[in-house]
Design a protein around this ligand. Sequence first.
Ligand code: SF4
Ligand code: SF4
Length: 291
Amino acid sequence: MKQIVIISGKGGTGKTSLTASFAFLAGKDAVVADCDVDAADMHLVTELVTLEKKNFFSGYEAVIDPGMCAGCGDCVKVCHFDAILPEGDVYKVLPVECEGCGYCARICPVGAIEMKKLKAGEIYVARTRMNSLLVHARLGIGSDMSGKLVAEVRKEAKIQAEKIKTKYILIDGSPGIGCPVTASVTGTDYVVLVTEPTLSGIHDLKRVIEIVRNFDVPAGCVINKADIHPEMAMQLRDFVNHQGLDLLAEIPYDQNFSKAINEGKSIVEKKDLPVSGLINGAWKKVLENIS
Ligand code: SF4
Ligand code: SF4
């Protein structure tokens, strides 16, 4: 089973539209992992029926049982984060301040402090209207565990793909260059970089390529909105060649991208569009490169 990740150095390049199109073209041959966990939106391009929901836990917080607390104050003395306050004759933990180190629980003489696992999000396995599986997630409010959640989404996608024996896992990676991107790329077989001919597009492509190079994974590039700035498109082409990347497709600007999303579809489902043929060609090149 081959894992293909689609990433971009920045948001708004059409990464999710391209992933949704690849997912449509792959059909039941792929499990899709939506690893853009801070702004998951693959569900916008396909109706979903949720099959499984799992809680994602990361870290701990201390909780004091007021019925057991003897009010000795020992826990306050050892907490370096000022997370414990008196409340009447007993003490309580301020969850937002607690770093989950567990020191207080270890020294409490009456065992009144429990270290509870923190729920940081939820992972869903869903069936798409194409009858393929999508694994996606929702990060809890205020949680900064997106890199770990990406790893969990990928783990779940792999379990599902092995269970139903698909040929591919298609990963919609996080935009940018942070930890979730690294977690999206590691262990994959091919990286599709989506960019556009703008200053920020070129700049962000250069940054994201540095990450990809660390993993020694073959990569190809799709230049989206390729006709909006011919000079910069030429610069991008030169850069892609210089980097030894496969140029998978140059896709002109097409309003049908956003129209398709508004209709809850991928663009390749809209018949007879020239861009659909280009995306089809890009998918074929990806398959050739991983075979
Ligand atoms: S150490 Fe235990 S008993 Fe003492 S104040 Fe803290 S929670 Fe209460
Ligand atoms: S777990 Fe650590 S940070 Fe949280 S209240 Fe206890 S000592 Fe303080």
